[in-house]
Design a binder for this molecule. Structure first.
Ligand SMILES: Cc1cc2nc3c(=O)[nH]c(=O)nc-3n(C[C@H](O)[C@H](O)[C@H](O)COP(=O)(O)OP(=O)(O)OC[C@H]3O[C@@H](n4cnc5c(N)ncnc54)[C@H](O)[C@@H]3O)c2cc1C
Length: 541
């Protein structure tokens, strides 16, 4: 990089990245350096208040701030990071407007990419069917989904399906799971005022937690208080259990209990960010990057890591927890150490004693622990929760907007509007457990299915003659094409014989492929003919 301005690149525009950039600008204002920040979104999300968006206590844009307003002096790259080359000191970014990478080189690199925001690594249908709760789009998807299932239940005649639509399962009762359960519960109560045909007693909300007491980051007495409060709201707490699998029809718990539900929310512990996972040479422990106490990545003198992505040792032998409270303090230490290193001065190890923890429990109640000793709960805790997080929101204009939204929320009821940004059906993955039905004979034909893993049975119902398995299909077979090509309802039922993963291709896309890909069309016609022949043989028997 000789002859060029020295470039410090920060990867990630969350709490860690944004605060590092802010401190670096202050500390290096006299140096000839360029500070760049790369993030996939052009905004920073204030996660601690995301749950409030579900029930409209905050508006869609109230929990986000534009990076350009927060960091006017930083060179911003709003791109997906595809690859980090630590040896070559290069970062490869994806640009949606051209078919080549944007390549950035650096002399110092700061990794603040948080943890994985998807469930790709999670098995057993969690990735395919559970809703997640990490960023603004997850919040909107969850809110839309809750409105959709309630409105569908209002006109549903099938009692089993109606109950599944009115059943909500939340996996994990740490801070996120507990706050989401409370907010979903309050939002449903608000919604039911507009849907009088659904009674509060019809709603089932399950909070599934692996420990006996929820919110295990707090003292047991506060966890118990939170459990009491949630139970009063109508939440059933399933302690000592995990959500083991999710299918389109059920949440399956670790004791094999099947809860029939169309809404499963997983707040499972996060994994290592996928870009970091594929980066050669990074030292990893417990799904995070190992750093030394000065926040330098172990084995490097110019790569740093902070926030949820980093495994940072603390002076007492423990490791920094993945919280915003820690990330912003780590950002300050990192910037100071980087400046010290440039000035050839000694660096300081990171240390911070958390001030306290607070969790909102909906309807103006919260629980918390301050300075590790003082326990608070109820309305006072809730007021403190709002005051503290409000004071931490970046920028005066954001603070004022949020304050007005909260005041208006006291007087104006929320509007259950579903913003359908992406209403097109797309190809997606599905997971079924043994004996679950994929579709029934007579159902509308909407997808073609390809089996990735597992086995299914095609079952024909004959009038007066009961049911017969006419074919078993396994991985790499497909099914569902007859009704799609003939534009009729399903001619048979398909049931999973074991744990099965499928890809579902929407009808329209399948028909475009079939009509324009001659060899595929010929193959499908031949397969279809032989399948119909087999079916006729069964009819004769
Ligand atoms: C619902 C919820 C509630 C929470 N409540 C609290 C709370 O009350 N108190 C508290 O202290 N903490 C809370 N936390 C935790 C806190 O939000 C995190 O600890 C904090 O956000 C970590 O900051 P970070 O900078 O390490 O990561 P993040 O804030 O996750 O930022 C990482 C950034 O990197 C970007 N990124 C990742 N991969 C790529 C890529 N490949 N290309 C481009 N960009 C990429 C992401 O889009 C993101 O913007 C909560 C978290 C959640 C999810």
């Amino acid at each position: 990089m000789s002859g060029k301005r020295r470039r410090k690149i920060i990867l990630g525009g969350g709490f860690g990245g944004v605060y590092t950039a802010k401190h670096l600008h202050k500390l290096l204002s006299k140096e000839d350096v360029e500070i760049c920040l790369v993030n996939r979104d052009n905004y920073m999300t204030f996660q601690p208040m995301l749950a409030e968006v579900i029930g409209d206590a905050l508006g869609v844009y109230d929990t986000v701030s534009a990076l350009s307003s927060l960091l006017p002096k930083t060179t911003l790259y709003i791109n997906e990071i595809e690859k980090i080359d630590l040896k070559g000191k290069k970062i490869y970014l994806v640009c949606p407007f051209k078919k080549q990478h944007i390549v950035l080189d650096y002399d110092e690199l700061i990794l603040a990419l948080g943890n994985a925001t998807d469930f790709i690594q999670l098995q057993n249908g969690v990735a395919q069917h559970a809703l997640r709760f990490k960023n603004l789009s997850d919040t909107l998807i969850l809110r839309n989904h809750v409105i959709n299932v309630l409105e569908a239940a209002a006109t549903e005649n099938n009692p089993q399906l109606r109950q599944a639509l009115l059943t909500f399962v939340i996996g994990g009762a740490g801070f996120t799971g507990t706050e989401v359960a409370a907010e979903v519960c309050d939002f449903i109560t608000k919604m039911l005022k507009k849907i009088p045909c659904i009674k509060k007693e019809d709603i089932r909300i399950y909070l599934v937690h692996s420990k006996d007491i929820i919110l295990n980051e707090l003292s047991p007495s506060l966890g118990k208080y939170a459990m009491q409060l949630l139970r009063k709201k109508g939440v059933t707490i399933k302690s000592g259990l995990k959500v083991e699998a999710v299918t389109p029809h059920h949440a399956i718990l670790s004791n094999h209990e099947k809860i029939s539900s169309k809404t499963v929310i997983s707040t499972a512990p996060a994994n290592l960010n996928l870009v970091l996972e594929s980066t050669q040479g990074l030292p990893i422990a417990h799904d995070r990057i190992k750093t030394d106490p000065n926040l330098l990545v172990e084995g490097f003198d110019h790569v740093w890591a902070i926030g949820d992505a980093a495994h940072i040792p603390l002076p007492d032998g423990s490791f920094a927890p993945p919280t915003a409270q820690f990330a912003v303090r780590e950002a300050k230490t990192l910037a100071q150490n980087l400046a010290a290193k440039m000035a050839l001065k000694p660096m300081k190890p990171f240390q911070f004693k958390p001030l306290g923890l607070l969790a909102a429990l909906g309807h103006r109640k919260a629980v918390g622990e301050l300075f590790g000793r003082i326990k608070i709960s109820g309305f006072t805790a809730w007021l403190m929760w709002r005051a503290i997080y409000w004071s931490k929101m970046p920028g005066l204009s954001r603070k004022l907007k949020v304050l007005f939204t909260w005041i208006l929320d006291l007087f104006i009821p929320s509007e259950p509007v579903v913003l359908n940004i992406n209403s097109r059906k797309t190809m997606h993955h599905l997971h079924f457990k043994a004996s679950e039905m994929i579709f029934d004979q007579g159902d509308l034909a909407d997808y073609l299915y390809i089996i990735l893993k597992g086995r299914v049975a095609v079952v024909k119902k004959f009038e007066g003659n009961g049911e017969k398995i006419i074919k078993e299909l396994e991985a790499s077979n497909f099914f569902g094409e007859i009704a799609l090509t003939k534009d009729i309802t399903r001619t048979a039922k398909v049931v999973a014989l074991e744990s099965t993963d499928l890809i579902a291709i929407p009808k329209d896309e399948f028909l475009v492929m079939k009509d324009n890909f001659l060899e595929l069309d010929t193959f499908l016609t031949t397969t279809q003919e032989s399948r119909l022949e087999e079916l006729n043989k069964f009819k004769k028997h």
